[in-house]
Design a binder for this molecule. Structure first.
Ligand code: AMP
Ligand code: GLY
Length: 418
């Protein structure tokens, strides 16, 4: 089959790396791709949100796999023939593109989540934060690349945050509505599952590190690193499927929305059990990088089964051990940062896989072109070994301003989630 993967991040590089090993795939196109993807796929210089041009290009392929949320939210899948697209429609992608929709759905289907209120007017949000108890979490309701979530300790910061999101529109129109919710404490885990609209096939659970700084401090980012498997037992995953995934897609079905593709639940394991922080309508980034390293089965099988509606007949095989992905970012990310820095040492990395995100090729050089630049991903028999190998391989790589967290996965080593 000829396959087109839409997107240009580390997630897309990892998906393409895995698809390239499939006996069902003859040719891979990436759109627009990046400096690493172009070594294994043909990159097409079309933006991932140029729906018209993507639909035109899709005539050259048998299947389109959509990586990022933006083209899903903008309805790319609605414009493609049904059996040719992997990903939810615009109507189904609302589970990610409108956090207030997701929260209301969780409330009326009984999915455990933080208490919350939705505001569309600055004045009423302001009145609420004047009298509420702290800490709270303020979230832009629309898409904000993981950056529109602020954990707030006091009234002054709450007013500043509301100003930033609702008045100054720091995250654009996604801040026209805000969700304010109860702050929850616990370990986080991401569960991602294929679904054909009836059944679910979960991938290995993983743990992202969303905060910029070590010790989970600083601003939220798209994700600074992840490892898999995060320790949730099969039994616990089964419960999450029953209590979170099933009510989510059945709740949407009641509203006339069929959900197919992958569904991602960001969970926090509280003393009262797992609660949902967010749903995403796609694979996680960077969770996909360690997950793909550990997937032994052919990735095309669950993708095709999700489209065809026979996911029940599929199971997945995994390599034993652990994988850890550490994101190397441009200095300044998630704020403003410089681009165009030459990356050196990539060819010296022999034992880990370097998934590219914000990179491009210029003549014979690879240069930085985004905030999250590379995701170095190593495997090991234990989590500790996979972490050690990954950091050892990172020591070969350098670019001006390069920043990465030194503690990815390490919380779990000191008596973490079990
Ligand atoms: P979200 O995009 O909604 O998953 O939020 C991004 C990150 O913010 C999460 O991965 C958590 O680290 C943090 N977060 C979001 N909501 C809450 C909450 N209610 N309590 C504590 N932390 C939260
Ligand atoms: N790693 C978080 C996300 O993909 O949204």
């Amino acid at each position: 089959m000829k396959v087109l993967v839409v997107g240009s991040g580390g997630r897309e590089h990892a998906l393409i790396w895995k698809l390239a090993q499939s006996s069902l795939v003859d040719k891979i196109y990436a759109l627009p791709g990046n400096g690493g993807i172009e070594e294994i796929a043909e990159c097409i210089p079309i933006s991932a949100t140029d729906i018209g041009k993507i639909v035109d290009f899709s005539k050259n392929v048998d299947l389109v796999i959509v990586g990022p949320e933006m083209p899903l939210a903008e309805g790319l899948v609605n414009e493609l023939p049904k059996n040719k697209a992997f990903g939810p429609t615009r109507e189904a992608a609302i589970i990610e593109s409108d956090k207030s929709f997701a929260k209301e759905l969780m409330r009326h289907t009984g999915i455990p989540t933080a208490e919350f209120k939705v505001f569309t007017h600055f004045e009423s949000a302001k009145d609420f934060v004047e009298t509420t108890k702290y800490p709270i979490v303020i979230k832009a309701s629309g898409l904000a690349a993981g950056k529109g979530v602020l954990i707030i300790e006091n009234k002054k910061d709450a007013l500043d945050a509301l100003n930033k999101i609702m008045v100054e529109q720091a995250f654009g129109e996604s801040g026209n509505k805000v969700v304010i919710e109860e702050y929850l404490e616990g370990k986080e885990v991401s569960v991602i599952a294929f679904t054909d609209g009836k059944d679910f096939l979960p991938l290995l659970p993983s743990q992202d590190h969303k905060k910029l700084l070590e010790g989970d401090k600083g601003l939220n980012t798209g994700g600074m690193g992840a490892y898999a498997p995060a320790v949730l037992t099969e039994n616990e995953i089964g419960k999450v499927i029953e209590q979170v995934f099933e009510p989510c897609i059945w709740g949407m079905k009641k509203e006339g929305i069929i959900y197919k593709g992958v569904l991602y639940a960001g969970l926090i394991i509280t003393s009262e059990g797992p609660k949902v922080l967010e749903f995403n309508c796609r694979f996680g980034d960077p969770e996909t990088q360690p997950i793909m390293k550990l997937l032994e089965s052919d990735l095309m099988e669950p993708i095709l089964a999700s489209i065809e509606g026979n996911l029940k007949s599929i199971s997945l095989k995994w390599h034993p051990g652990y994988a850890t992905c550490v994101v190397l970012a441009s200095g300044g990310y998630p704020g403003s940062y410089e681009k165009g820095k030459e990356i050196i040492g990539l060819s010296e990395v022999q034992e880990a896989t370097v998934f590219h995100a914000g990179t491009k090729r210029e003549d014979d050089k690879i240069i930085t072109s985004g905030g999250r630049v590379l995701g170095v991903t190593g495997i090991g028999k234990t989590l500790k070994e996979s972490i050690a190998l990954t950091y050892q391989e990172i020591s070969h790589i350098h670019f001006d301003g390069m920043y990465y967290r030194k503690d990815i996965g390490s919380k779990n080593l000191s008596g973490g989630m079990k």
